[in-house]
Design a protein around this ligand. Structure first.
Ligand code: ZN
Ligand code: ZN
Length: 380
């Protein structure tokens, strides 16, 4: 099959690799109809997370079941499915507790949590390819309605829609609450959409990219452009000096100012300033324990020195970590089916697998308008 293969930083190829097949009785093989490029795919792309050469990229996958192993009985050949980026066994202590993001059995390295085509998440190939092998298929796969309706909405169910929603869950956004979301990339925009679905009375979205801020406004948020305004002042003024109830961090460890200089603590510091005393912060932007190319010595060891003193004094709660997609994806799917949620509003480009290398380059450069790229592998 044809696939997007990681070679080295800034070097991908689209090439023929071995077809995935059923290896275990509980496996399924999916024919990919849509696979997205994610902001976190840029971490290995930029050499900021080590990935083995030869790995097929892609953890945001959906498609049609092509084949199932003899132990699979809920999922059938021909089913249309969404594949959560968390690859989980369904039976370990963390899985049975609902934390598929920290499955204890799926990652052979022993680290909790596994995924497709991603550093430190196990040996599993990704789905930016014609086919994908899915272990524990009955547990992991989410059924979608037959046909091709809502394809570009449903494709957000594998990661970023649940991840954005998880940010608002960690921040406990409930009707009437005020929210500040840092980062207007796809996850930040999904957090804004989710905050709106959860009945927030006021939503601020902070970024410095005008095209992304325009999408935030489309999602019903007030845009705050870091390049033009003092973020803390703007949000405090916008809330009559009170601050927001909830904050969402959707930027991660490569936080940088508009000139491009990285400050790993910048976003957390701002959040501690704008979230009111006893408010809550959900961190869904990615942070890592090792980052040899970090801007500061402590950050190379995952140490981010933010204003914990003020956070403690103000009694702020902070939730962190990867989203357990299965906790939310079924309900979010139904919001799409009923026309309540439309996460596809962030899609900027839909291209074939052959154009993936160019799409990565432009997405990485934040080329104008490259917000969310969907790949459509050509297999039929
Ligand atoms: Zn992703
Ligand atoms: Zn598990």
């Amino acid at each position: 099959m044809k696939a997007v293969v990681y070679q080295a930083p800034y070097h991908l190829s689209v090439e023929e690799v071995a077809d995935p097949r059923v290896e275990e009785p509980l496996d399924a093989v999916i024919r990919i109809t849509t696979a997205n490029i994610c902001g976190s795919d840029l971490h290995p792309y930029e050499g900021r997370a080590d990935l083995e050469a030869g790995m097929v990229l892609g953890h945001e996958n959906m498609g049609i079941v092509e084949e199932v192993g003899p132990g699979v009985n809920r999922i059938k050949k021909g089913d249309r499915v969404s594949v959560p980026f968390n690859l989980a066994c369904g039976t370990c202590r963390n899985c049975t507790d609902g934390w598929t993001s920290a499955c204890l059995r799926a990652n052979p390295s022993g680290q909790p949590g596994a995924g497709y085509g991603y550093p430190n998440m196990g040996p599993y190939w990704g789905g930016q390819a014609e086919y994908l092998r899915v272990p524990w298929a009955d547990f992991n796969l989410l059924h979608l309605p037959e046909g091709d309706e809502h394809e570009s909405d449903f494709t957000m169910l594998s990661d970023i829609f649940p991840t954005g929603y998880h940010g608002t869950e960690l921040a406990q956004v409930t009707p009437g609450k005020t929210v500040a979301i840092f980062g207007a990339g796809p996850v930040g925009l999904m957090a804004a959409h989710s905050a709106s679905l959860r009945g927030a009375s006021q939503i601020f979205v902070v970024d410095h990219q005008p095209d992304r801020l325009a999408l935030a406004e489309q999602a019903g948020a007030t845009a705050v452009n870091v390049a033009e305004a003092d973020v803390v002042e703007s949000i405090m003024e916008g809330t009559d000096g009170f601050g927001v109830d909830c904050g969402v961090e959707a930027v991660g460890y490569q936080a940088h100012d508009p000139s491009g200089d990285e400050h790993p603590a910048m976003v957390l510091d701002n959040l501690v300033q704008v979230v009111r005393a006893t408010g809550r912060i959900g961190v869904v932007g990615v942070y890592v324990p090792q980052d040899p190319k970090a801007a500061t010595e402590p950050a190379k060891e995952g140490r981010v020195e933010f204003d914990f003193g003020t956070a403690f004094t103000n009694g702020i709660s902070i939730g962190t970590g990867q989203c357990p997609v299965k906790r939310y994806n079924e309900q979010l799917r139904d919001l799409i089916i009923r026309g309540v949620a439309t996460p596809s509003f962030i899609v900027s480009h839909e291209v074939s697998l052959d154009d993936a290398v160019d799409a990565y380059k432009k997405f990485d450069e934040r080329a104008d308008g490259y917000t969310k790229v969907l790949l459509h592998p050509s297999a039929a």
